[in-house]
Design a binder for this molecule. Structure first.
Ligand code: DX5
Ligand code: ZN
Length: 221
């Protein structure tokens, strides 16, 4: 079993955004992960639809947009219009998760739902039929380069069981935070199908392609 890799541009050199994206595209990254933060739901402020549109212009890879924002419903149309392929909202920010996920699908996009480390899987259980992706946060969202929370591995295994083996490939189990060649194998073993990695890719001393290759080697079947 292996997994798709989704480099998070949060850790790239923003002055060279286009080239950084082209580099990981050329190195075979299946998805490009884009972290949207609003300074409310999380303590950091990052990217808006304009930057998503700019990334869309330089790659045809799946654009995986992770919304760490309050009131995500207000911005779904904007991110869909900017070229997102997957739009993931946090369960903690949605008063009507069922409606929000339905809306993402109505926009013709894949709908994802994310859970903070302290949020139980039961928070999404009754909306899973409307989700194409379940994102297990393995750090508290807000910043790149944080330490991996080891309990995330068993949460991924429980997420896999909840979604069911038969829906593997239909409902992705994504993990985000502290993913590296050390932590990736256990996550894939537990059932993760998409691994997000920021600092392990863009912070690699030999460049992003080497960082991507190191994670890929660590999970080679
Ligand atoms: C954290 C973000 C992550 C972040 C991961 O809030 O959602 O996508 O970029 O960075 P690393 O891989 O460095 O933990
Ligand atoms: Zn993310």
């Amino acid at each position: 079993m292996t997994a798709k890799l989704a480099p998070s541009i949060l850790s790239c050199r923003f002055a060279e955004l286009g080239d950084e994206v082209r580099r990981v595209d050329a190195a075979g990254a299946e998805w490009i992960h884009i972290d949207v933060m609003d300074g409310r739901f999380v303590p950091n402020i990052t990217i808006g639809p304009l930057v998503v549109r700019a990334v869309r212009e330089v790659t045809e890879r799946v654009l995986d947009v992770h919304l760490m924002i309050a009131h995500p419903d207000r911005y779904l149309d904007a991110f869909a219009g900017a070229g997102a392929d997957v739009i993931t909202v946090h369960a903690e920010t949605c008063q009507h998760l069922h409606r929000t996920l339905s809306r993402i699908r109505e926009l013709g996009k894949r709908a994802g739902v994310a859970l903070n480390p302290a949020t139980p899987l039961s928070a999404v259980e009754d909306a899973l039929d409307l989700a194409d992706l379940l994102l297990v946060m393995s750090v508290n969202p807000g910043f790149g380069g944080q330490a991996f929370i080891p309990a995330s591995v068993s949460k991924v295994a429980r997420a896999r069981a909840l979604v069911g083996e038969s829906r593997r490939g239909w409902v992705e189990i994504e993990v985000d935070g502290g993913v590296s060649p050390e932590t990736a194998p256990g996550l894939v073993q537990a059932g993760a199908t998409v691994l997000v990695a920021g600092s392990a890719v863009f912070g690699h001393t030999d460049g992003a392609a080497a960082g991507l290759a190191a994670i890929r080697r660590s999970i080679a079947p």
